[in-house]
Ligand binder design. Structure first.
Ligand code: HEC
Length: 189
């Protein structure tokens, strides 16, 4: 068995939407990026970060993941089970592009000035995102249904692991567990 159902179970326990409906923010109306042209001007220094982690999430990581997820997995809709795996070259190309964006996003997250916790698991989770993106690229290049599904799941795991560690839960959260232990347990099953 795939481990997706467990991921979903953990996600549900945490009050998060499951893989089929990824942990999206409401993408509807978001404020424009906080970057003003004058902030971009002194761009010369290589390796200088320009966007906050939040804006990298909003404008790079999340849209890329959404685009990949929209083309992987099966969701139930009014017509029944809807397999979203691409059926044409144009959609496979979007899967490939979005997976590639996630590969490099893992690097962006590790940059000095952005890495929250350079000596902690931050780097590990960033690499996890890059690896999941690579799996997504390989799947899209092979136009492989099951690998696309698995890569979507791996991408989700990377988001979930890092958020569990670095986005503090409210004190009154119903989810009281240690995310690392839960993920470990989920893997063993
Ligand atoms: C290495 C750590 C890390 C990984 C991996 C990661 N995130 Fe994040 N994410 C964060 C942190 C930290 C924040 C909170 C940023 C802040 O509020 O300053 C965040 C915030 C967000 C937000 C909220 C942005 C907002 O508008 O407040 C979204 C959406 C998001 N991440 C999506 C994703 C998705 C989707 C993935 C996986 C494809 C992912 N993230 C992977 C660390 C990570």
């Amino acid at each position: 068995m795939r481990r997706l159902p467990i991921v979903i179970a953990v996600a549900l326990a945490c009050g998060l939407p499951a893989l089929a409906q990824p942990p999206a923010p409401k993408p509807a109306v978001q404020k424009a990026a906080a970057v003003k042209p004058e902030a971009i001007a002194p761009i010369a220094a290589p390796g200088r970060t320009l966007l906050s982690t939040k804006d990298v999430m909003r404008h790079i990581v999340n849209p890329a993941a959404e685009a990949f997820w929209a083309r992987s997995g099966v969701v139930d809709d009014e017509k029944g089970a809807n397999d979203r795996t691409p059926a044409d070259a144009a959609n496979w190309a979007i899967s490939l592009d979005s997976a590639a964006q996630l590969v490099e996003a893992g690097n962006l997250l590790q940059m000095e000035g952005r890495a929250r916790d350079p000596d902690g698991p931050w780097m590990k989770y960033s690499v996890q995102l890059t690896k999941a993106g690579l799996a997504g690229m390989a799947a899209a290049q092979a136009k492989d249904h099951d690998k696309t599904f698995d890569a979507g799941s791996a991408i989700y795991d990377a988001c979930y692991a890092c958020h569990g560690k670095y986005i503090p839960r409210p004190k009154d959260s119903l989810y009281k567990h240690d995310i690392d232990k839960d993920l470990e347990a989920a893997k063993k099953k």
